[in-house]
Structure formats: C-alpha cells, structure tokens
Design a binder for this molecule. Structure first.
Ligand code: IDP
Ligand code: MG
Length: 142
C-alpha cells in the first residue's frame, strides 16, 4: 500500500549545501516528492513539532538546533514509505548508521543528524499536516 512520510532536511545539512544531493538520494530510492519547501521554525514551533520528546534530556538542545537555520520539509510517497525511509536515513547516530545511508553520508553528530523521517503512519499524517495543507499536496500530484 502506498504510504506518505515526512522528511525534513535539518539546518546542519542545509548549511552544508547538500539539499540537492539529499533529494537526489531520496528520489533514486523510489520516493515521489509530493511537495517540498524551505522554511524556518521559531524555537516554540520546533518545540511543538517535537513535543513527543519533551521529557527527554536533549529536548531543549533539539528545539534550539531545529530553529537555528533554514529547514526543508518534504512530503513523500512510496510503497511502505515509513519503514523504507527510516532504512534510507539510517540510525539516529551517524557513527552507527549503515554505509550508504543519508545520515552516514551527510550527518555531523547524533543531534545534528541531517534528516528527519516519520516513525509511524499516524505521526507521518500529523507531521505532513504541520507543514503542508492537503490542498497543496493534491494540487501537485495532478
Ligand atoms: P530519530 O530522528 O532517529 O527518530 P529520535 O530518538 O526520535 O531519533 O530523536 C529525535 C531527534 O533528536 C534526533 O534525530 C536528533 O536530532 C535528536 N537527538 C536524539 N538523541 C539525541 C541526543 O542524545 N543528543 C542530542 N540530540 C539527540
Ligand atoms: Mg524519532
């Protein structure tokens, strides 16, 4: 079944000027881009996006990092998009990520790890809606 997932190219990767290379790796892996934008979050908006992590010790650092520069949210579609995209990006810590994964290739550290990927269909729907109106996605697919 076709699924949607949300990717975010994080501020470290935008600053490294590798947005194009990362999108190429995503589309070469068979994902369809439904919409893509460049934007910047305030710390409060980053806090809302990562609210599930608010009890974790790195929450403040994570919100500050995600608000530290431009980000590129990308709504994606593919068969088994959630699991396949998590495999494509690799482990949270790039030192543990498999060779050829996006985090292994482009991430700097466990915190500044180049890319986000939704971890469930329910979270993907909420995360896509955080950045994109459904009408924007439908319009771009026709
Ligand atoms: P994930 O992005 O691989 O799903 P999560 O555990 O959900 O990893 O953590 C969300 C994000 O929080 C990570 O991608 C990373 O940017 C940041 N993060 C996770 N663990 C740490 C840590 O130990 N120190 C600093 N930042 C972290
Ligand atoms: Mg996660």
């Amino acid at each position: 079944m076709k699924q949607r997932t949300l990717a975010i190219i994080k501020p470290d990767a935008v600053k490294k000027n590798v947005v194009g290379e990362i999108i190429a790796a995503i589309t070469q892996a068979g994902f369809t881009v439904l919409n893509v934008k460049m934007t910047r979050l305030s710390p409060a908006q980053a806090g809302n996006f990562y609210e599930v992590h608010k009890e974790r010790g790195f929450y403040g650092e994570l919100c500050e990092f995600m608000a530290s520069g431009a980000i590129v949210p990308i709504a994606l579609e593919k068969e088994n998009a959630i699991v396949d995209f998590r495999a494509l990006i690799g482990s949270t810590d790039p030192a543990e990520a498999a060779e050829g994964t996006i985090r292994r290739s482009f991430a700097s550290s466990k915190g500044e790890n180049a890319i986000h990927g939704s971890d469930s269909a329910e979270n993907a729907a909420n995360e896509i809606a955080f950045f994109f109106a459904e009408s924007e996605i439908v319009a771009n697919r026709s």
